[in-house]
Design a binder for this molecule. Structure first.
Ligand SMILES: [Zn+2]
Length: 398
């Protein structure tokens, strides 16, 4: 996602208010601030961030204060998307284990909730270069589409997509239409005060209009805690509480639509849920109690693993996304290449280094697999015949 404006008044003093529930009950995780971070467009970012957990609503978040606003503005000012894949959308694993564009996977799941035969209108907030719109246009030629971004960098590219009737930038207040479906794919985790924001979004919905929200699942992929321009690290109960507070009801929700991501389809509720600490927050308390501290500890452990990697052989990083970018910054320049199985990325460059296919990795290299442990182990077992030494992150605490 390319970020969204909608930043409410920037706080003039640092405070520790929870931006989800509004209580002044945010406790910081002290060891987070020494970790280097990553911008969401996969660029290394300095350490010095802050991560907190609200003791009232339990949502993990980066305090939305003056520092967060200025860093986020800095990230968005230089934002580039999908440079590793020459502009192609990120691929995700499909049920058949092959890689498919994220939009394909999302709409495979959404189709049973949509009537694409009737005319309709879609708004994609954070449309970037229009990958989702391009795909949806092929599925639903009877629908009209609008793309929204914070700036105009991609205007002509998005406007040229068949079925796109408008590209709007700046503020959502500039949108004069109403919609049957609004998509927020990797957007909601960037938005301060998400409950108020979502409540305001209702004015852009037709009667029976729906909103789909997809965010990273930080418990399955703690590397996402390192993203400097995210401000919320939701788990599913957080999302459910927030949509209820904003006056919506849940049509369906899943952690399986896209692996390691949370998806939720909602529509305005006929009656209001007002209690953000609603009984819907059914969580495994024991597991939750160790998050996010255990995740931050796990990240620190990776920094130690990287320090102990042998330095006398060519070194590479398996992956080209957030985790791989972070590993690159930990390796202090002692990296020669990246490796990816995504055909869109092989042969391109990431951070000035070549992206190889697994088959072309230099022999006897040291490879750190920059992915979550389960996926990393799967890769090592599939590619165990390569003449390289693999290193993988230790298991997550569960
Ligand atoms: Zn809170």
């Amino acid at each position: 996602m390319n970020g969204v404006d909608m930043l409410p008044g920037v706080d003039s003093v640092i405070n520790l208010n929870c931006h989800i529930c509004g209580e002044q009950t945010l406790n910081l995780v002290p060891s987070y601030s020494t970790l280097p971070r990553v911008a969401s467009d996969c660029v290394p970012w300095r350490s010095g961030g802050r991560l907190g957990i609200c003791t009232s609503c339990l949502c993990v978040q980066n305090p939305v204060d003056k520092d967060w606003h200025s860093e986020t503005a800095e990230v968005y000012a230089q934002y580039k998307i999908y440079t590793q894949s020459a502009g192609n959308e990120q691929s995700v694993v499909s049920s058949g284990k092959e890689l498919v564009p994220r939009s394909t996977k999302v709409f495979q799941q959404l189709l049973s909730y949509l009537d694409l035969n009737k005319p309709g209108r879609l708004l994609d907030i954070g449309c970037a270069n229009g990958s989702l719109l391009r795909y949806f246009g092929t599925l639903a030629p009877n629908w009209k589409m609008v793309g929204f971004e914070i700036d105009n960098k991609r205007r002509s590219e998005v406007e040229s997509i068949p079925g796109v009737e408008a590209f709007v930038s700046g503020s959502l207040d500039n949108i004069m239409k109403s919609f049957d479906l609004i998509t927020l794919i990797h957007v909601f985790e960037h938005i301060p005060y998400p409950s108020n924001w979502l409540e305001n979004l209702k004015k852009l919905l037709n009667p029976n209009g729906m909103v789909v929200i997809q965010v990273p699942n930080p418990m399955q992929n703690p590397f996402n805690l390192l993203i400097a321009d995210h401000c919320s690290h939701f788990i599913m109960p957080d999302l459910i509480n927030i949509v209820h507070k904003a006056g919506y009801e849940v049509i369906t929700s899943s952690s399986k639509w896209v692996s390691r991501e949370l998806s939720i389809l909602i529509r305005p509720a006929e009656f209001n849920h007002t209690d953000i600490k609603s009984p819907d927050r059914v969580i495994n308390e024991e597991r939750f109690s160790s998050y996010p501290e255990s995740a931050v500890q796990w990240l620190h452990h990776i920094t130690q693993q990287v320090e102990s990697l042998p330095k006398d052989k060519p070194r590479g990083i398996w992956g080209t996304a957030i985790a791989a970018t972070w590993l690159f910054s930990l390796m202090d320049g002692n990296v020669e290449f990246f490796i990816d199985e995504d055909a869109n990325r092989i042969g391109q460059e990431h951070l000035g280094l070549p992206i190889y296919s697994p088959e072309t990795v230099p022999k006897e290299s040291i490879i750190f697999v920059a992915l979550t442990p389960e996926i990393a182990k799967n890769i090592v077992s599939r590619w165990s015949h390569l003449d390289v030494s693999f290193f993988v992150p230790e298991d997550l605490v569960s």
